[in-house]
Design a protein around this ligand. Structure first.
Ligand SMILES: [Zn+2]
Length: 289
């Protein structure tokens, strides 16, 4: 059963980015209760975007209308992990807002990191609980299977973040006939990507050449006006560590160069919800759990 809609504006921290200030107004408006066919969508999520999302949202201008400027969405999958704080530190240094598609299993192992991702102003996405590919699930990705995976992860994220998770990414970019209708019924847009960096495929230690490869792969998005870049702050695939390493230090090392590359090219960094900029850091002495 789907929950009855409870429409409430999200709680938002003070912001320093004028873009985020403007976008905030639109977001607040977007969650007003309007009884439509989508009223089955659970609390706090706007109507899901149709189909699979392959492009970053547009930035918002002074009137709240989308602008023609270029936008890029940096997305981090499979965390949280021990590398997440280092990713967050880079994003904070540059004032870049990103989206983190987390697995429920890793959230349950590192709830403090999920709280920190949210406290620092980023957007959470749902990447299922177990990160199983359809071929490894008896009966495949049925509606019942997906609903359970998404609900359990979303429930935990909501408890930690205080708001609904409105975006999901299927593990491995896999699809099934049940995927779109199930995610949409739960209020989630289904997000793919337009730029794969293959950062997950690197060696289990620092490698200058692999960092260069990640940056070069990310540069493909400069040919697009609204790229979504796929990166990883953890490992959730089920291959052994000897096949797919959990080391994400090369992603951390590549990230400043990727950000600077898109900044030089005039892109605005947005979360999948279209908001950009980060809130002011918490005053010193205030612990972030
Ligand atoms: Zn994944």
């Amino acid at each position: 059963m789907l929950m009855a809609p409870v429409c409430q504006p999200p709680t938002l921290a003070p912001v320093r980015s004028p873009v985020m200030l403007l976008a905030t107004g639109l977001l607040t408006a977007s969650v007003l209760c309007v009884p439509t066919a989508s009223s089955a969508v659970p609390a706090g999520c706007p109507t899901p975007k149709p189909g699979y999302v392959h492009r970053a949202p547009r930035a918002l201008g002074p009137t709240g209308a989308p602008t023609p400027e270029k936008t890029v969405a940096l997305t981090f999958d499979d965390g949280p992990s021990r590398f997440t704080p280092r990713i967050l530190a880079v994003l904070r240094r540059f004032g870049v807002r990103a989206t983190f598609f987390e697995t429920g299993l890793h959230v349950s192992e590192h709830p403090g990191l999920t709280r920190r991702v949210v406290a620092e102003g980023h957007l959470l996405g749902n990447h299922t609980w177990h990160h199983e590919y359809p071929e490894n699930v008896k009966g495949g990705w049925s509606a019942a299977y997906l609903e359970h995976e998404l609900r359990s992860t979303g429930r935990l994220q909501r408890r930690l973040a205080g708001r609904a998770t409105c975006f999901m990414r299927p593990p491995g970019g896999n699809k099934s006939p049940a995927l779109l209708p199930t995610a949409h019924a739960l209020g989630m847009s289904v997000v793919m990507w337009s730029v794969g960096t293959d950062d997950w495929d690197g060696p289990p230690q620092h490698s200058r050449s692999w960092v260069h490869t990640i940056v070069r792969n990310a540069a493909v998005g400069l040919q697009q006006r609204h790229p979504i870049v796929l990166l990883h702050d953890g490992k959730a695939s089920h291959e052994p560590g000897s096949v797919v390493s959990s080391y994400r230090g090369n992603t951390v090392a590549a990230l400043p160069r990727i950000i600077e590359m898109y900044q030089r090219a005039g892109y605005t960094f947005v979360g999948l919800d279209g908001l950009s900029g980060l809130p002011e850091p918490a005053p010193s002495g205030v612990a972030t759990p």
